[in-house]
Design a protein around this ligand. Structure first.
Ligand SMILES: [Zn+2]
Length: 184
């Protein structure tokens, strides 16, 4: 196995959930920035939703320590500011109970599509990034993540499938209903 690349941004200055694209074809990412650099982790809608729910639950379940201890990043930073961007394979979030800090780890898919061309030769190389954020960031991330996901396509009131911009052929009505209600 190729040597893994581990990037630790430490405690971030900003972290945000974002979406790009037209309804029905949106892609999602989490962008984190710190003095060490930045990371953009692309993911599916369901992954963002699960992440937002997990962070929200974690911040509710875990009461902040009083006073919190100083936070020390797990990995030292050496050299130039880093910049990583990839489509996520695995993600996990953990909570430091003494420092009241959340840390997200993300690892890329590892196996790239054939149409990626030259990069296919690096198929075994995995990129892993982790970054840490405070409770205030966790709350915003949990709320924004859920909002962004919910702001997607309206769903059919009959079969609950997403309705595409050009309409919807509903299997439940055996017809061509274009009715829909937006998901709040
Ligand atoms: Zn339907």
């Amino acid at each position: 196995m190729a040597e893994d690349q581990r990037v630790d941004l430490g405690l971030v200055d900003s972290i945000a959930a974002e979406t790009i694209g037209e309804p029905g074809q949106r892609t999602f990412n989490i962008t984190a920035r710190s003095s060490r650099g930045q990371a953009i982790v692309w993911m599916e809608k369901d992954q963002l939703l699960q992440l937002a729910l997990a962070i929200g639950q974690l911040s509710e379940d875990q009461k902040p320590p009083d006073p919190p201890s100083a936070f020390v990043p797990e990995y030292a930073h050496t050299g130039e500011p880093v910049s990583v961007e990839f489509k996520v394979g695995d993600m996990r979030v953990r909570y430091d109970t003494s420092a009241d800090v959340f840390t997200m780890e993300a690892t890329d898919l590892g196996d790239r599509d054939d149409d990626d061309g030259p990069e296919a030769t690096q198929a075994e190389e995995q990129v892993a990034v982790q970054f840490s954020f405070r409770r205030s960031h966790a709350r915003v991330l949990a709320e924004d993540g859920q909002k962004i996901v919910a702001a997607g396509r309206p769903r059919c009131p009959y079969c609950h499938s997403p309705i595409e911009p050009d309409g919807h052929v509903c299997p439940r009505s055996n017809g061509h209903s274009k009715a829909g209600v937006p998901v709040e």
